[in-house]
Design a protein around this ligand. Structure first.
Ligand SMILES: NC(=O)c1ccc[n+]([C@@H]2O[C@H](COP(=O)([O-])OP(=O)(O)OC[C@H]3O[C@@H](n4cnc5c(N)ncnc54)[C@H](OP(=O)(O)O)[C@@H]3O)[C@@H](O)[C@H]2O)c1
Length: 362
């Protein structure tokens, strides 16, 4: 077995195994790293079958980076877009997908202040990607997590939950007593948006693609529900609000659903468009929003971060509320890392209610 100590980092003892099929050794308090780790990668765009398990070089942290042994990685629609070649910003092949995850710090670069080996952290946007056993993440993209926050729950926070947090609170500016319509309310983002809007004191209308999903959203906090595959969301929203229309829409679907988000609004409403799950065009009539002084926001968290948004303060506010049970991150299903293909199929077939997570150690 070849062994190696990543150069230039302050090493520490990890609590779990480090890499596939090799023993972990500790010599004079220095962790010995294996030559290879398991990761899921793609070498061409395509269906879920292009996700392959490979043994690759573990990453090494640079100056201000943190090396993390991953315990859970969130599976997101963005990963599916990336895999299928529809994401706006794909790196060169081979690509290891995954933009969020949680784990234990193995080592830190000399410029990575405030984190130590053994710390439990959640991270967002790292290299090579979170569908792996190890990753390096810039220290400014990691946040410590408490012992009572589960790995899967933590791994689900930086994308779906942070998106919902930002959209409901900052863009929607939801106030007590307002009515919020959440499109795709049983999705990862939708579930979070329902709970965050309720916490802000709103009445929430959950729209989803089946009666079962609508029922699920009602069980988990929504006040009213509508199946947008079978019923007219606009008519329902107007009925529920006594013809006033809703105050805020969190639209996690886009495409053919987006016109109903505009039509369902009342005076001064805020509509947050954060998705186009089917990549379809939306046909809208401007009269459905300008006469009501409706504001339409676009939101993309990746773009926001690339342009300077620091996710740590919002995550630091969100994490205690999840740890103390104020919010419940619903983990629908976990898959072993090697079953990333099945995890993608599950999400693409619209079978999830809440989040899907990969577990590298299983
Ligand atoms: N802008 C951002 O920064 C940002 C961040 C996170 C996520 N997103 C986007 O927000 C959306 C929701 O994300 P998520 O993580 O919550 O995803 P998700 O759990 O996979 O939910 C997506 C949902 O969209 C609904 N949907 C409606 N028509 C669909 C169709 N033709 N095919 C597939 N799904 C369809 C489905 O719910 P029903 O079965 O109930 O219709 C599906 O479960 C995704 O499009 C994602 O890319 C954007």
């Amino acid at each position: 077995m070849g062994v190696r100590v990543p150069p230039g980092i302050r090493p520490g003892l990890a609590s779990g195994r480090l890499a596939h099929a090799v023993e972990v050794q500790a010599v004079h308090d220095v962790q010995i790293y294996s030559d290879l780790m398991r990761a899921v990668r793609i070498q061409r765009f395509g269906g879920p079958e292009v996700l392959e398990v490979a043994e690759i070089e573990p990453p090494q942290p640079e100056d201000d980076e943190v090396l993390v042994e991953l315990r859970a990685a969130g599976v997101n629609r963005a990963d599916i877009l990336l895999r299928s070649g529809s994401y706006h910003d794909a790196p060169p092949f081979p690509i290891v997908p995954g933009r969020e995850g949680s784990g234990v710090v193995l080592g830190v670069g000399p410029g990575a202040a405030g984190l130590r080996p053994g710390d439990r952290v959640v991270g967002v946007v790292g290299s090579p990607g979170f569908y792996a056993e190890q990753i390096v993440v810039p220290a400014v993209r990691t946040v410590p997590i408490p012992d009572d926050l589960g790995w899967a729950e933590a791994a689900s926070l930086p994308t779906a939950w942070l998106t919902a947090w930002y959209c409901v609170r900052r863009l929607g500016r939801v106030r007590p007593g307002e009515t919020v319509l959440v499109q795709a309310a049983a999705s990862g983002v939708g579930d979070a948006a329902v709970q965050i809007a309720k916490h802000a004191g709103a009445r929430v209308i959950a729209a989803a693609g089946s009666d079962e999903k609508v029922g699920w959203a009602l069980e988990h906090g929504a006040d009213e529900g509508v199946n947008y595959e079978r019923h007219d969301v606009v008519a329902e929203a107007l009925r529920i609000t006594g013809d006033r229309g809703v105050d805020v829409v969190i639209d996690a679907v886009g495409g053919r659903v987006f016109p109903s988000s505009l039509k369902a609004t009342g005076h001064g409403a805020r509509v947050v468009a954060l998705a186009n799950v089917t990549l379809e065009d939306s046909t809208v009539n401007t009269r459905d929003f300008y006469p009501k002084n409706v504001t339409i926001y676009g939101f993309q968290i990746a773009n926001l971060m690339e342009r300077g948004y620091d996710p740590r303060p919002d995550l630091e506010e969100l994490i205690p509320l999840v740890a103390d049970g104020t919010f419940r991150v619903h983990i629908d299903k976990t898959f072993p890392l090697a079953e990333a293909e099945a995890a993608h199929r599950y999400l693409e077939e619209r079978r999830n209610r809440g989040k899907v997570v990969l577990v590298p150690g299983s």
